[in-house]
Design a protein around this ligand. Structure first.
Ligand SMILES: C[S@@+](CC[C@H](N)C(=O)[O-])C[C@H]1O[C@@H](n2cnc3c(N)ncnc32)[C@H](O)[C@@H]1O
Length: 214
């Protein structure tokens, strides 16, 4: 490949393409969904068993791919709605929920449309590797959606990854801790902060668990 073209390809950041369902459907169809753990993260397992003591409630999982983390919360008694705009992601999540015989609502929509549709509809919003998948220029817009769909006193449970992108492509777009604190502290209170020890090995020290209260 011509050197200039190669560098362009390598550096391509996709910050516009990520706004579209097609980009994500193709990732799944081409088996480029290399973010997939195929199991819930141990970080959420530990959180559910921790003294933090999350009470059961209505939980919205944003951009939740094949749904393993959302299914974990459903198995623990939460009333879960799975959101993703990729039809491929939703069908994988449906299959996984069926295998576990667990009831979940599915919402195939652009998450940026949810604020108007579900104002104050949820006790919890769950985030894992979606914030790093959206165009970084839309991060305050994302925060406003989370704020809108949560009830007063509701919690935003976010495992932010990656603090540094060690790969040579975007997404994932890096999530700077200070920048994230500044964005969310504008209209949320930080209730919990941890650099988890139980992150999956390749992500150890490269993700942070934050719980924010509306
Ligand atoms: C990197 S994947 C992460 C999936 C899942 N959270 C996980 O941890 O395996 C990002 C997911 O967000 C979805 N997504 C990206 N932008 C979205 C948007 N604007 N609305 C809804 N889903 C979106 C994609 O379709 C994809 O399934």
């Amino acid at each position: 490949m011509h050197k200039v073209l190669y560098i362009f390809k390598k550096m391509k950041d996709n910050s516009i393409s990520v706004n579209y369902q097609k980009f994500w459907d193709e990732k799944y169809l081409n088996k480029e969904n290399n973010w997939e753990l195929n199991h819930p993260t141990q970080v959420f397992v530990d959180l559910l068993n921790s003294p933090f003591g999350l009470e059961k409630g209505k939980l919205l999982a944003l951009g939740c791919g094949s749904g393993h983390d959302a299914i974990l919360f459903a198995e623990n008694g939460f009333e879960v709605t799975i959101n993703d705009f990729s039809s491929q992601a939703i069908s994988k999540a449906k299959k996984n929920a069926e295998t576990k015989r667990i009831h979940i609502e599915f919402l195939q929509k652009d998450l940026f449309e949810l604020g108007e549709l579900f104002a104050e509809g949820f006790d919890y919003v769950l985030e894992y590797t979606t914030y790093c998948a959206i165009n970084p220029a839309r991060r305050t817009e994302y925060r406003d959606v989370v704020h809108k769909v949560l009830k007063n006193g509701g919690l935003f449970i976010a495992l932010f990854f990656p603090l540094q992108n060690k790969a040579e492509h975007y997404p994932p777009f890096s999530v700077d801790v200070i920048e994230t604190y500044n964005i969310f502290s504008e209209n949320f209170k930080l209730k919990y902060f941890e650099k988890p020890k139980s992150s999956v090995k390749p992500r150890l020290n490269n993700e942070v668990l934050m719980i924010w209260e509306k």
